[in-house]
Design a protein around this ligand. Structure first.
Ligand SMILES: [Mg+2]
Length: 235
């Protein structure tokens, strides 16, 4: 019988393994040129990208709190972006939004050491899963297109769990699905609230990967790492 601390490792996907920022920027840049947004009055691709990311944050926050639906999140963040360029065009916003959702999951940028660490953990017989706040179809496309889908036994999305991180219930759902106890599991993620605080509430140890934002006195991860390779120190 194994005496090691952890048997199952749960990973967050966006901003932890899959480089959301870079992939999103590439997608928006593609759209800017492909749909000729300059001709509609969007000044340049860099401004389009930064304005979109600003509004995306705000609308995701509203969606997480249950104030808006998934459909509203999807087109309104783009509609609000266009308004900043004085473009009032709901149909254009919906078209861009659809195109963005098509292109984004085809992007392949992963964080440094993602594949190396997943191979390392697989060789050491850790069972790996994802717990991600995202849409079922999109998240599956992302891991398939970036070539990491075969590493994960279970992919728990907030859509199939019916609840989002940081709620304890999605972690309990993940533990039940994996058939593992909380104290034999580790959650690796980049968001203090959603990943770390949520996992702690479910009794799961945590590795916090986000050197830009320090942990707080209220939320204390088990480990803090500056890059994914550091997981080797304790796994
Ligand atoms: Mg994340």
């Amino acid at each position: 019988m194994s005496t090691r601390r952890y048997e199952h490792i749960f990973f967050d996907l966006d901003h932890t393994l899959w480089d959301f920022e870079t992939n999103s920027k590439e997608s928006l840049k593609d759209i800017f040129f492909e749909m000729d947004l300059l001709s509609f009055g969007v000044t340049d691709s860099a401004s389009f990208i930064s304005v979109y990311h600003h509004h995306n944050e705000i609308f995701w926050d509203r969606f997480r709190k249950g104030y808006i639906t998934r459909d509203e999140l999807r087109w309104k963040r783009m509609w609000r972006t266009l308004l900043d360029f004085k473009i009032m065009d709901e149909s254009l916003a919906r078209k861009i939004s659809e195109r963005y959702l098509d292109i984004l999951p085809t992007k392949k940028n992963l964080f440094d050491d993602t594949v190396m660490i997943l191979e390392y953990l697989r060789e050491k017989n850790y069972v790996m899963h994802l717990i991600t706040n995202g849409f079922e179809k999109t998240q599956h496309l992302k891991i398939r297109n970036s070539g990491i889908d075969h590493f994960f036994t279970h992919v728990i999305t907030s859509e199939n769990a019916g609840i989002m991180k940081p709620h304890k219930a999605i972690f309990d759902f993940a533990l039940a699905k994996a058939g593992i106890l909380s104290h034999q599991s580790l959650m690796v993620g980049d968001t203090l609230d959603a990943d770390i605080s949520g996992a702690i509430s479910a009794g799961i140890d945590t590795a916090y990967f986000n050197p830009a934002v320090p942990a707080t006195a209220e939320i204390q991860p088990t480990y803090t790492i500056e890059n994914l390779a550091e997981l080797k120190k304790f796994l």
